[in-house]
Write a protein that binds this ligand. Structure first.
Ligand SMILES: *[C@@H]1O[C@H](CO)[C@@H](O)[C@H](O)[C@H]1NC(C)=O
Length: 219
């Protein structure tokens, strides 16, 4: 019994381990942004996002540049022109794979003092980012400068994986339904044993009586 339990726990440990391995292809992303606006924005490196675990959503953000007064001014101009703050992301060491892009209204980021959420969608294997969203803390611009001037991007990373989405457990559900149906049926049919099965019992008794009678008669 103990051995059996040990085996079970070992097995579950192994499978858990495998799943973790499978999902935890470590990813390093480079985030570039464009603060100049205009029709052909120039992107410059901004931050790196190191995803340590897709499963637990563990990610470390490192900002590659100082947030200077100059940059703040650029963002302010973008905000005043009601322009967009554009971001693109690529996998470090795999630039040829192309970019994943997103944008937000510059005024939102400006008025949020650079507090933002990066929503990253990874593929089923957890090995590459296939989509991104940028959500600043301020959703509706008020047209006023932030109360606290930003010192640096304040980035929260949220990772979404299609694997992590809960799968409806239909098999168990159907089993439950069946069980409930059975229970109901049993609950309704609370007649006595005799009342339920008389049609089987009566012929058996009759046959027994008849055959018994026949034997007696034969003696
Ligand atoms: C950074 O963002 C968090 C929420 O995402 C917020 O609670 C915190 O006040 C922000 N820090 C700064 C310095 O803006």
């Amino acid at each position: 019994m103990l051995l059996y339990l040990l085996l079970i726990s070992l097995l579950s440990f192994c499978s858990g381990f495998q799943e973790e391995d499978f999902l935890d292809g470590q990813l390093t992303l480079v985030v570039e942004d464009a603060l100049d606006g205009g029709p052909s924005p120039i992107f410059t490196p901004r931050s790196t996002i190191h995803i340590r675990s897709v499963k637990s959503g563990n990610a470390v953000v490192t900002h590659m540049r100082q947030w200077t007064h100059d940059l703040e001014e650029k963002l302010k101009v973008l905000a005043e022109n009601d322009d967009l703050y554009r971001v693109r992301i690529y996998h470090k060491g795999a630039e040829e794979k192309g970019y994943v892009s997103t944008f937000t209204k510059a005024c939102q980021l400006y008025e949020s003092s650079l507090t933002e959420i990066f929503n990253l969608m990874v593929d089923t294997a957890g090995t590459s980012v296939v989509g991104a969203g940028l959500i600043p803390a301020v959703a509706v611009c008020q047209g006023e400068p932030p109360e606290v001037p930003a010192a640096q991007h304040n980035t929260t990373v949220m990772i979404r994986s299609p694997i992590l989405a809960p799968v409806p457990d239909t098999a168990t559900y159907i089993e439950k339904l069946e069980a409930m149906k059975n229970e109901k049926a049993e609950g309704k049919d609370n007649r006595s044993f005799l009342a339920k099965y008389w049609m089987y019992i009566v012929p058996v008794v009759l046959i027994m009586m008849l055959s018994g009678g026949g034997q007696e008669g034969g003696r």
